[in-house]
Design a binder for this molecule. Structure first.
Ligand code: GLU
Length: 430
């Protein structure tokens, strides 16, 4: 189970996405009714999740599924198991999914789900029960052409297998209702590493265009879950020097470059704490990771970790790449911009996961699996086009990367809303 439980900062994910939205909406002169339409969720479900624990006691958890927008296609987004998951956070993340699917131009809207629970404290049987009860209670809003969940923080392919099974009890065999499934149940080759791979492509393109070195360049990665671990592995294969990594328990640092294949085995495959790694280098605290001098800094765990109070004025890198969703608060975005440090935004940089989710959905609907070569080539092509679209606006308008990306996404979603008449424009989801 990949679970990175870190302390949340004061600014909520919802507030972060809202303030970023306003900036881009102003730039596009978006009408007031369209702003209202795009700020609020299409549908938000909160459900009770009663679970019988192994000791015979019962717990009643809370679960959420928020469908932010479905104008461009079925709602799409992960399910997060985290003790601090709540409705506002899930809404913020669902909103980010709308912009992400629009920017990558895949035929989906945006959604997100969550259960307020620490999965590390659950047995496998308890985890399965949480998943089955949660799925059954939100299943009325799910469907291959309605809303398609996927893994996110604290969930994985096994959890998706249970969701698929639970949904199929009512809906009949429906592999396309969730993505990120195990390969044996219709999952796509390359899905597990897809987010990290997409982050790597974004860094490669940026490196080619702006000369920040990747081969031989130095990288610090916060978070060693599905995103951070695969990103570290892939960048290492490309000849980058990963000099600092961390997880919830602490970090590890080596200016000469960490032995990433061994760290990957230790922290990702064997699920051991990063600071317990025995290899060249030394441990650092989670706070010290932000002071490491490097070319690339890739926050790849929770949202709201780069803040004005903590580190935005002091982090020492050439580029910030958002492997996580919403790791940089809006005021920190501004501070970094003033300092001349570009931020490659989440809904571009980490979109590889949902892109391969889209490929998985296509393969499921056609019952025709793709080779890993095809998945990788098509992912590369999608990331390239989105990156180029954003870069063009950055260059033409002289705006930050996030603002440029937002203008593309907002314009696409608003156009779809207008064309559909925006009265019942989420009929794919209704
Ligand atoms: N949870 C991932 C994200 O935030 C993937 C979502 C999906 O594949 O639907 O992008």
């Amino acid at each position: 189970m990949t679970s990175t439980v870190l302390k949340r900062t004061s600014m909520t994910t919802r507030a972060i996405t809202r303030s970023q939205f306003d900036l881009a909406a102003d730039l596009l002169n978006l009408e007031d009714y369209m702003r209202q339409l795009l700020v609020r969720p299409f549908r938000s479900l909160t459900v009770e999740v009663p679970v019988r624990m192994d000791d015979g006691s019962y717990q009643v958890l809370e679960g959420y599924r928020v469908q932010h927008n479905g104008a461009r296609g079925p709602c799409k987004g992960g399910v997060r198991y985290h003790p601090e998951a709540d409705e506002l956070e899930v809404l913020g993340l669902a909103t980010t999914m709308t912009w992400k699917t629009a920017l990558l131009d895949i035929p989906f809207g945006g959604a997100k789900g969550g259960v307020q629970v620490d999965p590390r404290g659950l047995s496998t049987r308890e985890l399965e029960e949480v998943t089955r009860v949660f799925t059954s209670r939100i299943s009325l809003a799910l469907g291959p052409y309605r809303d398609i969940p996927a893994p996110d923080m604290g969930t994985n392919a096994q959890v998706m297998a249970w969701m698929f099974d639970e949904y199929s009890k009512r809906g009949g065999y429906s592999p396309a209702v969730v993505t990120g499934k195990p390969i044996a149940l219709g999952g796509s080759l390359g899905r597990e590493e897809a987010t990290g791979r997409g982050v790597m492509y974004t860094m490669q393109y940026f490196s080619q265009d702006y000369g920040v070195p990747l081969k031989g360049g130095t990288v610090a990665i916060q978070g060693f879950g599905n995103v951070g671990a695969h990103l570290a592995r892939l960048l290492h294969e490309q000849g980058a020097k990963i000099i600092a990594v961390s997880d919830v328990d602490g970090g590890f640092h080596n200016d000469g470059g960490i032995d990433i294949p061994r760290m990957f085995q230790h922290a990702y495959v064997d699920r051991r704490p990063v600071p317990e790694f025995k290899g060249e280098g030394g441990t650092i605290t989670n706070d010290q990771l932000w002071n490491v001098s490097c070319d690339w800094l890739a926050p790849s765990a929770l949202g709201g970790v780069i803040t004005k109070e903590k580190n935005a004025s002091t982090i020492d890198c050439k580029v910030v790449v958002e492997g996580a969703n919403t790791p940089v608060t809006p005021i920190s975005d501004k501070i970094l911009d003033d300092r001349g440090i570009p931020v490659l935004p989440d809904f571009l940089a980490n979109a590889g996961g949902v892109v391969v989710s889209y490929f998985e959905w296509v393969q499921n609907l056609q019952q025709h699996p793709w080779s890993i070569t095809k998945v990788t080539e098509e992912l590369e092509a999608k990331m390239r086009v989105a990156y180029d679209d954003v870069r063009k606006i950055v260059e033409e308008k002289g705006v930050p990367w996030r603002t440029a990306a937002f203008t593309i996404s907002l314009a696409r979603v608003a156009e779809a809303e207008r064309l559909r008449g925006h009265h019942d424009s989420n009929s794919a989801s209704s």
